[in-house]
Design a protein around this ligand. Structure first.
Ligand code: BES
Ligand code: MN
Ligand code: ZN
Length: 457
């Protein structure tokens, strides 16, 4: 397997003796048989959301009750996902109360994910005897891949290691992969990628993957692959730098999405581009006040070396745009402002295309992977004015940080039929039923659902 953590390990063959898990709402509690109800009550189980109750039988554990409270609310279909890490070792089966939950099995996979590259795993290893469907398995693999890539620390996930993972992804699906590394970025005209990444001893690079029939609709995905963000010369304070291994979260997410697209054989000509760099500090680092050339031909005044992601993406988007894709999507852990606006769970996205926004929002709801459209508010382009270059890459005044970053990117996209930009957080800061603290996939399940509707073969 070319991805590290395999969701298949959380599932077992169909098994008649599997211990059933029954979902119980506060209302359905009283319809349990008298013996079970007595046990539930005696052990303090009231069907509250997230409550679990192990019910004994003659030969050990007979059933599990899981509380769904009122049975309503955001993320309810994923509430039981945590059972995949809280139940004792054993083989379980979905019982009553999960009939109308289309995400019941996928939730188990998401909740059971565990990053074990550097430590021993959990000692409890419950498995579910309800197999994932083919599509669900592909989705879970994509999610796990994104989480793994983010969780691997920067000492083992530099630009070179990200390229290795990228090549493995391509090889597994028979795609064509190429990379442009180090000073070749200058001769091949990626000046901003080079400027951001050149201070790192591991050379910066642009990664490119092509897959699918040439005559299919062109889907191009672009990811920010900043494998560590020190802030550059505008160095981040320690607390702000602590999590910056996740700054390749955009790349990790588009790679996970690319896996879903290729594994399911969508009718697209896929292209995947990642700008893989570390934003380091050294004598040759780029500086505030520098004026950079760009692939697009416009000049950019550097206001702050910590706004590096949009520079990397600018060149990558310009390259992607040159072949006029039908759909161009980019994902990036681009701004702290996005997190301030929407928090870690709700993925902000930008597009000029109302149809795309609507279709995506619909798909997001369907698969429980929330997104929220943000405005490409044109008047704020004036915040990016520079007196010495065509554009400044940051706004002055600290207003609308996520919007102005998106507006900067907008300057590098011209020919794509439809463009969508995702300013994601890429991390779960506090345990959720469907995820523990760590790297996270955001919006790619929604995107995959939307893409599947649009491009199924
Ligand atoms: N990678 C960060 C953005 C980030 C920070 C995302 C924390 C998620 C959590 C990005 O490169 C950055 O540092 N952006 C600056 C831009 C500013 C200097 C204009 C930011 O958001 O503070
Ligand atoms: Mn930064
Ligand atoms: Zn960054």
């Amino acid at each position: 397997m070319y991805f590290e953590t395999d969701p298949a390990a959380l599932f077992a063959e169909e098994d008649k003796s599997a211990i059933p898990i029954h979902a119980v709402t506060a209302d359905s509690l009283d319809s349990l048989d008298a013996k079970t109800l007595a046990w539930a009550k005696a052990t303090g189980f009231a069907g509250k959301t997230g409550q679990q109750c192990l019910v004994p039988g003659e030969e050990g554990l007979a059933q599990v009750l899981f509380g769904l409270g009122s049975g309503k609310g955001e993320g309810k279909d994923f509430a039981h996902a945590k059972l995949a890490r809280t139940l004792p070792s054993g083989t379980y089966g979905l019982g009553n109360g999960f009939e109308n939950n289309p995400h019941a099995r996928l939730a188990w996979a998401m909740g059971g994910y565990e990053f074990t590259r550097y430590s021993k795993g959990r000692t409890q290893t419950p498995v579910l005897a309800n197999a994932l469907s083919g599509q669900e398995r592909i989705v879970a693999e994509g999610v796990f891949m994104a989480r793994d890539l983010i969780n691997i620390p920067a000492n083992d996930m530099g630009p070179d290691a990200l390229e290795t993972a990228f090549r493995k992804l391509g090889d597994a699906h028979g795609a064509k992969v190429l990379s442009i590394v180090g000073d070749d970025l200058l001769t091949q005209n990626f000046p901003m990628v080079h400027a951001v990444g050149r201070a790192c001893t591991i050379p910066p690079r642009v990664l490119d993957l092509r897959w699918g029939r040439a005559d299919a609709p062109k889907l191009t995905l672009v990811g920010k692959g900043v494998t560590f963000d020190t802030g550059g010369l505008n160095i981040k304070p320690g607390n702000a730098m602590a999590l910056m291994k996740k700054d390749m979260g955009g790349a990790a997410n588009v790679m996970g999405l690319a896996h879903m697209v290729m594994a399911s054989g969508l009718n697209v000509r896929l292209r995947l581009i990642v700008g893989a760099v570390e934003n380091s500090i050294a004598g040759n680092a780029f500086r505030p006040g520098d004026i950079l050339q760009t692939r697009k031909g416009i000049t950019v005044e550097i206001g702050n070396t910590d706004a590096e992601g949009r520079l990397v993406l600018g060149d990558c988007l310009a390259w992607a745009d040159e072949e006029s894709p039908d759909l161009l999507l980019d994902m990036a852990t681009l701004t702290g402002a996005a997190r301030v606006a929407l928090g870690p769970e709700l993925a902000p996205f930008y597009t000029h295309d109302d149809g795309f926004a609507e279709a995506l929002s619909h798909a997001a709801q369907k698969v429980n992977d929330p997104v929220w459209r943000m405005p490409l508010w044109a008047p704020y382009q004036s915040m990016l004015k520079s007196s010495v270059a065509d554009v400044n890459h940051i706004s002055t005044g600290g207003f609308a940080g996520s919007i102005t970053a998106a507006l900067f990117l907008d300057r590098f996209v011209e020919k794509a039929d439809c463009w969508g930009h995702f300013d994601i957080y890429g991390w779960v800061p506090k345990e959720k039923p469907w995820a523990t603290v760590g790297g996270e996939a955001l919006a790619i399940r929604a995107l995959f659902a939307g893409l599947s509707d649009r491009f199924s073969s």
